[in-house]
Design a protein around this ligand. Sequence first.
Ligand code: AMP
Length: 114
Amino acid sequence: MAECLFCGIASGAIPGDIVYRDESLLAFRDIDPKAPVHLLIIPRKHIASVMELGTGDGATLGHAMEVARQLATENGLSESGFRLVVNCGPDAAQSVDHIHLHLLGGRALGWPPG
Ligand code: AMP
């Protein structure tokens, strides 16, 4: 089976524009940004989707929120606002089967999403 794309970015086997890393998480720029700031925050551990979350993954997700706050601040979004999105499954158009938190900002974002 081919290696997961985001596991490849996490291991360094696949290039990524990495903006944050620690022992449990990685954040990098989306290759096809949908907003002036579009970052993806992922756990290093392979978890395919929200539906695959297990006991003990909650701490990592909570930490992802803290990192999102830090990155939003660093990117000047703390006052203007931003959106955090996790797509899950076909109806949400999840295209990479490694759970990821989108951080989008730098423009007014429409609601509801398409
Ligand atoms: P989703 O549709 O929620 O699964 O989001 C997957 C995201 O990954 C999309 O916004 C893609 O643009 C992004 N993406 C795909 N390949 C790469 C890559 N090699 N580096 C960075 N972002 C990527």
